[in-house]
Design a protein around this ligand. Structure first.
Ligand SMILES: [Zn+2]
Ligand SMILES: [Zn+2]
Ligand SMILES: [Zn+2]
Length: 162
């Protein structure tokens, strides 16, 4: 499972296996408490997305899953992704048409995504002050937003250092 995990995801202060364990355990608990099924394919897709903090495209997931499940079709992957999105376990990175695992999947939330253009790592930040200011702006525009995701492209901490 960790074979495809690249070293660049692991910094001295970051144990990514811990990220994976937390994400999977949270997902399992949430699905049980909501009475929904984390089927083997949904579980597998979630694990593959959590291989790193990089945004992953649906067709990459399909390539990754085929060795262990040759019956997997694009529709299978998309259905699993829809489920994970619905349950708030992953986020869609609109600007890349890709997906990342959510670090705080227990609650519905707005998200600020910092997307590195070099390593494709995505950092999710809750940025409460940003969203507060945004809510005021929406209110003064008499606009009711359905979704609020802010995506910012740039260089992450480790790529800046290189
Ligand atoms: Zn991690
Ligand atoms: Zn999130
Ligand atoms: Zn980077």
């Amino acid at each position: 499972m960790t074979a495809r995990f690249t070293l660049s995801d692991q910094t001295a202060e970051h144990d990514h296996n811990q990220c994976i364990r937390n994400a999977i355990a949270t997902a399992e608990d949430l699905c049980i408490s909501r009475g929904v099924q984390l089927t083997p394919i949904r579980h597998k897709i979630l694990e593959l997305i959590w291989n790193s903090h990089k945004a992953v495209k649906a067709y990459d997931l399909l390539d990754l899953i085929r060795p262990s499940n040759d019956a997997a079709k694009p529709a299978t992957v998309y259905r699993a992704l829809d489920f994970l999105l619905e349950q708030g376990l992953i986020h869609r990175v609109e600007s890349l048409n890709a997906f990342v695992g959510c670090r705080s999947s227990g609650t519905r939330h707005d998200q600020l995504l910092l997307i590195c253009t070099v390593c494709h790592n995505v950092e999710e930040r809750s940025a409460p002050q940003v969203f507060l200011a945004l809510a005021e702006e929406m209110q003064s525009a008499l606009f009711s937003p359905q979704r609020k995701t802010i995506e910012i492209h740039g260089l992450c901490k480790s790529c800046r250092a290189e």
